[in-house]
Design a protein around this ligand. Sequence first.
Ligand code: DX5
Ligand code: ZN
Length: 214
Amino acid sequence: MPLISPSLLSADFGNLQRDIEMLNDSQCDWLHVDVMDGLFVPNISFGQPIVKHIKKHSRKPLDVHLMIMDPSRYIADFRNVGADILTVHYEACTHLDRTLQAIKDAGMKCGVALNPHSPVMLLEDSIQLCDMVLLMSVNPGFGGQKFIDNTYDKIRTLRQLCNRKNPDCLIEVDGGVNTVNAAMLCNVGADVLVAGNAVFKSDNPLQTIIDLKQ
Ligand code: DX5
Ligand code: ZN
């Protein structure tokens, strides 16, 4: 069964505590926390102070997805506000190897995210350092976008790369994931499913999380 990481980007920001408590009581595994800087992506979401409060209420690990330029500047900050897994974008790092090492040295699991236009083989020489690879299945910046079908092929290619060089590395898929495509994503090799709109716009989020898992 896949791990489910609901994205708080689609939660009610006026009632974050309520939504986090709902997730605490759900079968989800992690909370996905999208940090955007208005530069790497066109949107601005929230920063460290909000993540600190999310941590205060959450009983699940925080899966923090940094959509910011030069994320190495903020590794200690996000460790201090409670990130358990810290994912940075390949496209936003000049020295990815050094950044991943710094995340591990700070005591977190490290992830690398690839935009839809970035081929999996860019990770040929850094996959050994990754605890997780996040494949963007939409162009990052907004929730509620349509899933890009080419992602299935990218998951298959990444699975092969992981099998060859780092079998413990998790594959996370982020963007447009729903109860219709979840099974196929797992069949081709996804380990972790992020879902924002599918969970928070559902009439029954708890059941939707179960459906995604199954
Ligand atoms: C998009 C974010 C996603 C987003 C997914 O840039 O990285 O985590 O919240 O939302 P849905 O599941 O609605 O596509
Ligand atoms: Zn995300």
